[in-house]
Design a protein around this ligand. Structure first.
Ligand code: NAP
Length: 202
């Protein structure tokens, strides 16, 4: 059988248990051999800054260390300048044997924006998509809106995605606990490096 690789794309600022549940559920439901987490490089579409790439990468490594099917790639964070999913998928595909199927896993909100991405038709040709949704999310509109999405965009419902990175950052900023929302090692990393202490959790 051909290899099936999950590519878990996200800012991961910080990575939390919702992301980890989503990746493991996708691995299981889609029979993936491995899931490669790819923290984003410079977020050119975001109006406000995010934490340094190295911090986001380190937290992702810590969070995924105990799962033998999970790895973390520096592909985007080591890239100078803006990064685009289409380029990441091309590079990952070039590293894999012929016939490998890629499944790009990310949040459904992000998938809904796919028409604004670079070369959306190529993105969908290179990889199938697994949209991780918070309960109640309507993904049908996406499949109707995006040419080429039919049969290429799958959805997984992840109740644990009620956890969000912005909520974790806000909680740190106001001194609320984040235990059980993020892995212990990630909570310790945030504390040690004094991340998210600004007024807006920045
Ligand atoms: P985002 O706008 O920060 O996140 C959108 C929503 O999706 C948030 O609710 C977020 O929750 C959730 N989310 C993000 N990554 C997730 C994941 N892996 N699993 C489950 N939920 C996730 O999105 P982003 O993180 O910047 O971008 C997501 C991916 O799309 C990245 O790989 C990025 O490179 C790609 N992208 C590509 C382009 C392009 O090629 N032009 C443009 C935009 C995005 P949390 O905040 O809790 O994570």
């Amino acid at each position: 059988m051909s290899r099936r690789i999950g590519v878990m794309g996200g800012t991961f600022d910080p990575i939390h248990h919702g992301h980890l549940v989503a990746a493991e559920e996708a691995r299981w439901q889609f029979d993936l051999d491995t899931v490669v987490f790819v923290p984003t490089g410079q977020p050119w579409q975001k109006p406000v800054g995010v934490s340094p790439a190295e911090d986001r990468y380190q937290m992702t490594v810590i969070a995924t260390a105990s799962n033998p099917a999970f790895t973390v790639s520096r592909l985007e964070i080591d890239h100078q300048g803006p990064t685009y999913t289409v380029d990441t998928l091309r590079r990952l595909r070039a590293e894999q044997p012929e016939g490998t199927r890629l499944f790009f896993i990310t949040g459904a909100d992000a998938v809904l924006q796919i028409l604004t991405w670079k070369e959306p038709d190529q993105v969908l040709a290179l990889s199938e998509f697994i949209a991780a949704t918070r309960p109640g999310f309507d993904l049908d509109s996406l499949v109707n809106q995006v040419p080429g999405a039919a049969g290429r965009v799958h959805r997984v419902d992840i109740p644990a995605l009620a956890i969000s990175s912005s909520d974790v950052r806000g909680r740190v900023a106001r001194g609320a606990p984040i235990q059980y929302l993020v892995p212990d090692g990630v909570a310790r990393y945030i504390q040690k490096h004094r991340l998210y202490r600004g007024p807006a959790g920045g």
